[in-house]
Each structure stands twice: as structure tokens, then as C-alpha cells.
Design a protein around this ligand. Structure first.
Ligand SMILES: [Fe+2]
Ligand SMILES: [Fe+2]
Length: 146
């Protein structure tokens, strides 16, 4: 199993065991959407697509796998750092990048590094899609990635 498959496996296995149907569906769809959107944005803005995909996939891990919304960005960042390090598939700099993206993702009005902004933007776009919002997606992208 390559590293992308390893991460996909632990995230989707955890989400597949969520009891509540609506929450399970949301967790899986939101993770898949954020991963795909983050990879597309990373390609467009010159960041690492694979790391963006993984970060998008994992950004709400604490929220869904532990059903903990409060401070899920900070708690999830530490948890994912540990999991990625244990996997032995990632360099320290890669782990730090993913950890940073997860840590910042809830702070939507603050500006952070571009990788973090990509994760926030992917999160917002996915949320907007889930809500069936008619908000202009181009405007959302311009807000996070001016
Ligand atoms: Fe979140
Ligand atoms: Fe999210």
C-alpha cells in the first residue's frame, strides 16, 4: 500500500464505523470533496497536490472520528501528526505542512501560509456544496486565495 492508500484507509475505515447515518455520509463526502478540491487548488497555485489531498482528507479527522467539534483543528493536527509519523511514509517537513494546514483550517478570517489557505478554501467550497448554496464559488476562491 502506498502512503496515499494508507491514509485513505485509516480515514475512511474510521468514518465507515460512524453509527449515525447522516453524520457518516457527511464525514465521507466532506473528506473526499476536500481532498479532491485541495489537490486541484494545489495544482493551480503551485503547492504539492499529494500533500494537499492528504490534508483535505484528514482535516476534520478529530471532528468526525472522535465526534469532537470543539478545538477539533488543534486536536486533529496533533493526532494526524502522530499517525503520519508512525506510518513511516512521511518526511518531517511534509508532516509539518499537513499538520499546519489542519491546525489553521477553522480560522477562516485569518490569513496563513498558502497551503493552509488552500485547505480552508477547499473546506469552504465543500461546505457550500453540501449546503446547496448558490454562493459564487469563484468569489469564495478569490476570498481565500486572492
Ligand atoms: Fe473542521
Ligand atoms: Fe471541514
Amino acid at each position: 500500500m502506498d502512503r496515499l492508500e494508507t491514509v485513505r484507509a485509516f480515514v475512511f475505515q474510521a468514518y465507515a464505523s460512524i453509527q449515525d447515518d447522516a453524520l457518516r455520509h457527511l464525514a465521507i463526502a466532506h473528506a473526499a470533496e476536500c481532498a479532491a478540491i485541495a489537490a486541484l487548488l494545489a495544482d493551480r497555485y503551485g503547492e504539492n497536490e499529494e500533500l494537499a489531498y492528504i490534508c483535505g482528507l484528514c482535516h476534520d479527522y478529530y471532528r468526525f472520528a472522535y465526534n469532537g467539534v470543539k478545538e477539533h483543528a488543534q486536536k486533529g493536527a496533533l493526532l494526524i501528526r502522530k499517525k503520519l509519523a508512525e506510518s513511516g511514509h512521511f518526511k518531517e517537513a511534509e508532516i509539518t505542512m499537513i499538520e499546519t494546514g489542519i491546525r489553521h483550517h477553522s480560522e477562516k478570517t485569518k490569513r496563513h501560509d498558502r497551503f493552509s489557505q488552500i485547505i480552508k478554501c477547499a473546506d469552504a467550497l465543500s461546505q457550500s456544496m453540501q449546503e446547496g448554496s448558490t454562493e459564487d464559488l469563484t468569489k469564495l476562491i478569490a476570498f481565500y486565495l486572492p
